[in-house]
Write a protein that binds this ligand. Structure first.
Ligand code: ATP
Ligand code: MG
Length: 392
């Protein structure tokens, strides 16, 4: 695990900072994930060097969050986020500190972190700095706030949702104190921007036990203050590696006003389109899919709808072959493959354009998809002659 590129890059940054006389460690998610034997995506470095000092040590740096003390350092093994030890100033809005204060002590930096498992630092010799019992809590598989939970959630309400998200992601329990504090502060979640809430839910859907996460969301009282319906019981066997599927399933459980609910989480247009397709395909499955559905929806959308039908134990007409096999058998895969277009129709019929053209094209496509009509100019012309051109 610690031999991968991200870790190598971080080690090399630490060595150079130490060589220049500073202290530097790996902190946060990467240390936690290494102790859990999980792959880490970003390996973050913390240091007592001030941002300007960090910049003076390395040739290539990018200011990505200099006001929070973060500089991106680029070494041959890759980019590394380096953040100066800091404490957070006053929190006045339950979201962000007014201003951060750079400090020279690692302990002060670790103290501002949310949970004990996220407040462990690792030196490049492999030794740990663990003031808050983070390693023991990882052993116990518990999520525990650093310091006074109630105070920590009052400072930054997002931490409450992070606790729930981590519980689903790692299958950890939230300690009693920490859970009680969430129950007491739950209403504060309303102060948090939808984008940040969405980012946590994105990760929750990918968790190993989404069901438990949703149970905690209900138990903690947070669910009440979030838009939409989070009834845990529907999520018992849910598991996915695609966050969009989480949103689509969540949408399915919202009933008629799913659009409004999802919009409040600011899903992208692409995500909304995916959800809409899956929900429409799911509805259609109740009476069974035809070639039109295999043509209209992507394999991913149909697989999602099929998965939901199983989760919901829907009394549906399920396909008798794999979706991709049925899609491979379609006479055409794209509209552009049809050898006749609207201009042909107007030319052959000698009629004026109008709504009939669209209708004729649609019916023609249906006939082709259902193997009632061959995708061949002459055959299509005969078919149109019969069905459209010679009408009274
Ligand atoms: P992930 O694997 O999802 O990235 P992570 O623990 O690395 O999890 P990040 O959001 O990347 O989470 O944050 C990195 C570290 O910064 C955390 O491990 C934690 O120490 C600290 N941190 C992040 N968000 C907060 C917060 N809201 N309050 C306090 N500390 C935080
Ligand atoms: Mg991270």
């Amino acid at each position: 695990m610690q031999n991968n590129k991200e870790w190598q890059a971080a080690y090399s940054v630490i060595k150079q900072l130490e060589h220049a006389g500073f202290e530097a460690v790996i902190v946060g998610g990467a240390v936690r994930d290494a102790l859990l034997d999980r792959p880490a995506h970003d390996v973050d470095v913390a240091t007592n060097a001030l941002p300007e000092e960090v910049k003076s040590v390395f040739q290539r740096t990018v200011d990505i969050g200099i006001q929070h003390g973060t500089v991106l350092v680029i070494v041959p093994a890759g980019p590394v986020e380096v953040t100066t030890y800091r404490t957070d100033g006053e929190y006045t809005d339950h979201r962000r500190p007014e201003k951060v204060q750079f400090v020279r002590s690692l302990q002060d930096d670790l103290q501002r972190r949310d949970f004990t498992m996220n407040a462990i630092a690792m030196r490049h010799d492999g030794s740990f700095v663990d003031f808050y019992g983070g390693r023991q809590d990882i052993e116990l598989r518990v999520i525990r706030a650093v310091g006074d939970a109630q105070k920590r959630f009052a400072e930054d309400a997002l931490r409450m949702l992070r606790a729930i998200r981590f519980s689903a992601q790692l299958d950890f329990t939230i300690t009693e104190d920490t859970l009680t504090a969430i129950q007491n502060r739950a209403a504060d979640i309303a102060f948090i921007a939808s984008e940040r809430i969405k980012a946590e839910l994105d990760k929750l859907w990918l968790g190993t036990t989404v069901f438990k996460g949703l149970q905690k969301l209900e138990e903690s009282g947070l669910a009440v203050y979030l838009p939409g319906d989070f009834q845990a019981e529907h999520w018992q066997n849910f598991r996915t590696e695609d966050k969009q599927l989480g949103w689509a399933y969540f949408a399915l459980l919202q009933g008629a006003n799913w659009r409004e609910v999802l919009r409040s989480y600011r899903l992208s247009n692409k995500e909304m389109a995916f959800v809409k397709s899956v929900l429409t395909a799911f509805e259609a499955l109740k009476s069974g899919w035809t070639n039109s559905h295999y043509f209209t929806y992507t394999e991913q959308e149909l697989e999602a709808a099929l998965y939901f039908a199983k989760l919901r134990q829907l009394d549906a007409c399920l396909p008798n072959q794999p979706i991709h096999t049925l899609q491979d058998k379609l006479p055409i895969r794209q509209k552009q493959e049809v050898v006749v277009n609207g201009a042909d129709l107007l030319k052959w019929s000698g009629k004026k354009g109008g709504p009939w053209v669209k209708e004729a094209l649609e019916n023609m496509l249906e006939a082709i998809l259902h193997n009632e009509l061959e995708n061949d100019q002459q055959q299509i012309r005969n078919w149109l002659d019969h069905n459209y051109f010679h009408e009274a």
